[in-house]
Design a protein around this ligand. Structure first.
Ligand code: FMN
Length: 375
């Protein structure tokens, strides 16, 4: 099992949903990088379950740094932290231990770990393991922000309801304002009315014992042209590897993505033009990436987040102990929708990927003035 990812910036995660704690080790952070625990706590707050739209399992999610941070700055050695699990109720899982949850990882975990995996709360396969991802990503996000690079994600669609707002790509100042607002919004949409309708649909699904999915759309502003690699470490590959690590993500598309397949070249191409002495493109159907390398336009991508697999409606499954067909009615506490919480995870993993790519391109001092080449 690979619990480690990254090149110049590397992340290792550990823990189980109902174990004493979860956590991570983050390596490759430049000595002297500010580690602002308030900013980390704010990112954790965006992922935290709260209200009727999330699981009833509420955790404080306090990040305790045990290594690699001294007087508010990275020392340059491994940053290690843990987050205690304080509100696990393992007995909920004992009653249905042999009944495999459709859509979840119970069966595949059994096949992979031969019955030794901790099953409580999904063990290592739980959405709970995304908490350390958010903490690590917040450190990388602050590095990017200091270098003028902004990452933000919106819930573009939920339960089939679109966010009617649009990003203002024509006006960089307005776009920065939209991204800043999304970063602090408790429910990440551009159009409040659409957001309220989505929230109602999540609550309605929860009332029926069911769940809903959504589409998350991320915009990255301020990335320079020339970052990434042509083939195996293309920006799309590096980002997708991390995005598919978010439990519940089943699709990723960059720019106009699958719609490009139905266009003619004349429509799909983004024509170049000069803006002062900068090369820009008139449209951004390729999502800011050509040949695996950033072209200086905003990076835009979407993920498809499936409905939460643990639902309270009765489902057909098998009793793996008795090896016979069975019916499952789940107890336990679950999110009726993953997507609105996963946006904090998507922001975090995007920041991790981009910090890694920037460090590989420009070296460990990439955040400092004049570190970037320009074309
Ligand atoms: C923030 C977050 C919270 C999640 N909460 C739940 C949950 O409460 N119940 C559940 O069954 N799955 C939840 N999931 C999703 C499962 O962990 C995921 O569907 C499962 O591990 C199977 O992986 P796959 O859907 O990627 O195949 C959550 C995922 C995330 C990112």
């Amino acid at each position: 099992m690979s619990d480690t990812i990254g090149g110049a910036v590397r992340l290792t995660i550990f823990g189980e949903s109902h174990g004493p704690a979860i956590g991570a080790v983050l390596e490759g952070i430049t000595p002297g990088t500010p580690v602002d625990e308030t900013a980390v706590a704010a990112a954790m707050e965006r992922r935290r379950a709260k209200g009727a739209l999330s699981t009833a399992r509420h955790e404080a999610d306090r990040v305790r740094f045990v290594s690699g941070v001294y007087r508010g700055r990275a020392t340059g050695t491994a940053i290690a932290f843990f987050i205690e699990n304080t509100n696990a109720k393992s007995s909920d899982y004992d009653k249905t231990a042999a009944l495999l949850r459709p859509g979840h990882a119970d069966y595949t975990a059994l096949a992979r770990y031969e019955g030794f995996a901790d099953p409580h709360g999904g063990g290592h396969f739980s959405g709970r393991l995304t908490a350390p991802l958010v903490a690590a990503g917040a450190i990388c996000d602050a590095m990017l922000a200091g270098a003028g690079i902004t990452v933000a994600t919106r819930l573009a669609r939920c339960a089939g309801i679109p966010d009617a707002g649009t990003f203002d790509f024509e006006d960089p100042a307005a776009l920065r304002g939209q991204l800043a607002a999304l970063k602090t919004a408790p429910f990440p949409v551009l159009d409040g009315a659409g957001g309220r309708a989505m929230a109602e649909a999540i609550a309605a699904a929860a009332a029926e014992g069911d769940s809903v999915g959504g589409i998350l759309e991320t915009v990255v502003l301020g990335m320079p042209a020339g970052v990434g690699e042509p083939f195996f470490d293309s920006v799309e590959s590096v980002l997708s590897h991390l995005l598919f690590s978010i439990p519940g993500v089943k699709g990723v598309e960059f720019g106009d993505g699958f719609a490009l397949a139905g266009m003619k070249g004349s429509a799909a191409n983004d024509s170049f033009r000069m803006a002062g002495d900068r090369v820009v493109t008139a449209t951004n159907r390729n999502g800011g990436i050509n040949g695996g390398i950033t072209n200086g336009m905003p990076i835009v991508f979407r993920t498809a987040v499936k409905p939460t697999p643990s639902i309270y409606k009765q489902q057909d499954t098998v009793d793996i102990a008795a090896r016979r067909n069975a019916a499952l009615a789940i107890h336990g506490r679950h999110d009726p929708c993953i997507a609105h919480r996963a946006r904090a995870v998507q922001d975090a993993l995007t920041a991790l990927a981009l910090a890694d790519l920037m460090a590989q391109r420009y070296g460990p001092r990439w955040t400092e003035a004049n570190a970037w080449n320009s074309v």
